[in-house]
Design a protein around this ligand. Structure first.
Ligand SMILES: Cc1cc2nc3c(=O)[nH]c(=O)nc-3n(C[C@H](O)[C@H](O)[C@H](O)COP(=O)(O)OP(=O)(O)OC[C@H]3O[C@@H](n4cnc5c(N)ncnc54)[C@H](O)[C@@H]3O)c2cc1C
Ligand code: FES
Ligand code: FES
Length: 484
């Protein structure tokens, strides 16, 4: 069969020929100015799939933003929340104050993909992709967020509503990078909420998602409101008519009903694989009513978990280094792999999963889907569990990596999770179980006494295709008991 006879989904996507690793934001902007075709990459969870699914094309050069110190950090002062473009969804979720001052954003981040995905994916990447289904956009629009972009000519800040210009389009100019996302700190978490309707409770792209923030006076009368909704139009949109229905009210049933009806009237969604347009329109009044009622009753944060599961064992970033400025397939990259120094080429064009299997001959890590959906490829990267199929291998330069081969203390001394999987008959196939073992290990390092809900949340990025979840959950319970 020749290449031209391949079905489009069988065709290889664009090859990454080099990954530039800038030392600083200024260095990154210089690279971008010199070569506007260079594609910025943060977590890579959207970009690597886009390159792969987009079919053949010119080789591409990536600009690795991960680890740039200037894009890190969350600050809250002068009533403003500032989030660096390099911050991941899990870093937002686990920030001690964000669930108070930016509850809708924290709620949106918690619903994105799986814990492994949230350890890589950034908010900046989410808004830059600008899909109508991207969850943080409705939260940030409701929070009245602004986006700051930098180029060698300087900085500019614009409202998020102007930054997103249409279906997967933004106002980013050539040579610009997002540096900060900023919004006014909410005075109380009870003033806002974000909700998602999906076809399952994890790894689900939104059928409808919406964010609401209200501003109430001392006696509880609404004097301002912002309602944003996604997955119902070409882009995530604000609903000014629905918000206006709340002004002057104490969120009475009548005002909520008017807002809910105005919201459903304002959108004209399309049918797609996730839901019909009719279903979407019919659910909007219910979603808005429940969300506003929760705000009125002071229950918007009621479901926020006491300790969100992030599968983050220790959090440390790779330092920016001058000795690895540009990585091609001939460059030998160095990592610490299961406690040993390991060096090999071939990283620029490979994802971390393939690089570990092909270059390091560690075949315990499996490819189940190659799309971030199944968790078979889970490894620990710099103390955080990630889907290795969605990490460009060059981004792992200098990293500490633990694979399933590295979780046991020794060859004849299995990890307690491995013992428990054997004892509880949880080892059902060779494809999924390595990922479950790496996930279970991180979960028990993150919290030694997980509840059943926390075990389920921890495992939400790992699929068992034979649906044998009961022994898997039991094995993790058993391993937890064996240590406490
Ligand atoms: C299995 C799976 C499940 C998912 N589930 C969800 C979900 O439930 N909800 C949801 O909203 N999304 C979901 N996503 C989408 C994805 O994870 C997010 O959009 C993610 O936040 C993108 O961030 P990133 O850091 O990975 O971006 P990348 O993939 O690195 O980049 C995405 C785009 O942003 C650009 N970019 C990144 N950073 C900058 C910057 N600082 N300046 C300028 N441009 C920049 C890149 O050039 C690229 O065009 C899912 C993805 C997968 C694979
Ligand atoms: S999530 Fe990586 S192979 Fe399925
Ligand atoms: S453990 Fe692999 S299919 Fe269930």
């Amino acid at each position: 069969m020749t290449a031209s006879q391949l079905h489009p989904v069988q065709e290889l996507g664009r090859v990454v020929q080099a990954v530039e690793r800038p030392r600083s934001l200024t260095h990154a902007l210089e690279i971008l100015a010199a070569n506007p075709a260079v594609q910025p990459i943060a977590g890579g969870t959207d970009l690597l799939l886009d390159l792969h699914r987009g079919g053949p094309g010119e080789p591409v050069m990536l600009l690795d933003l991960s680890g740039l110190a200037e894009l890190r950090g969350i600050t809250i002062n002068d009533g403003r929340v500032r989030i660096g473009a390099g911050m991941t969804h899990n870093e937002v979720i686990s920030h001690p104050e964000l669930p108070t001052v930016g509850l809708p954003l924290a709620q949106a981040c918690l619903e994105i993909g799986s814990p492994q995905l949230r350890n890589r994916a950034t908010i900046a990447g989410n808004i830059a992709t600008a899909s109508p289904a991207n969850d943080t956009i409705s939260a940030l629009l409701a929070l009245d967020a602004t986006v700051t972009l930098a180029s060698l000519s300087g900085e500019r800040t614009l409202p998020l509503d102007d930054f997103v210009t249409g279906f997967r389009t933004t106002d980013i100019e050539p040579g610009e990078l997002i540096t900060t996302i900023e919004f006014p700190a909410m005075s109380s978490p009870e003033d806002g909420i974000w909700v998602k309707l999906g076809n399952r409770s994890a790894q689900a792209i939104s059928v409808v998602h919406l964010g609401i923030v209200v501003d109430r006076d001392v006696v509880g009368i609404v004097r301002g409101a912002r309602i944003a909704i996604g997955s119902v139009a070409a882009r995530v949109v604000l609903l000014p008519e629905a918000a206006a229905a709340l002004i002057g009210s104490r969120l009475t049933d009548d005002a909520i009903k008017q807002a809910a009806e105005a919201a459903a009237d304002a959108v004209s969604p399309l049918d797609d694989v996730r839901a019909t347009a009719t279903y979407r329109v019919d659910t909007i009044p219910t979603l808005i009513t429940r969300a506003l009622t929760a705000i009125r009753e002071g229950l918007s944060a009621a479901a926020w978990p006491a300790r969100p599961v992030c599968l983050t064992v220790t959090s440390h970033d790779r330092p920016c280094s001058e000795d690895m400025a540009s990585i091609s397939d001939t460059t030998e990259i160095v990592v610490t792999l299961n406690g040993q120094r390991f060096t090999a080429p071939g990283a620029a064009s490979a994802n971390l999963l393939d690089w570990l299997r092909d270059e390091a001959s560690l075949t315990g890590t499996k490819e189940g889907c190659a799309e971030g959906e199944c968790g078979a490829c889970t490894v620990q990267l710099n103390g955080r569990n990630v889907m290795s199929c969605l990490v460009n291998a060059a981004q792992a330069t200098g990293a500490e990596i633990v694979t399933v081969e590295g979780v046991a203390p020794g060859p004849d001394d299995p990890h307690r999770i491995q013992k428990a999987f054997i004892d509880e008959f949880a080892v059902q196939c060779g494809f999924c179980i390595p990922g479950f073992i790496v996930t279970g290990t991180a979960l028990l390092e993150e919290m030694s006494d997980p509840t059943d809900d926390e075990i389920r949340l921890g495992l939400s990025g790992n699929l068992c295709r034979c649906t044998g979840y009961y022994p898997i959950i039991q094995a993790i319970r058993t391993a937890a008991v064996n240590v406490t």
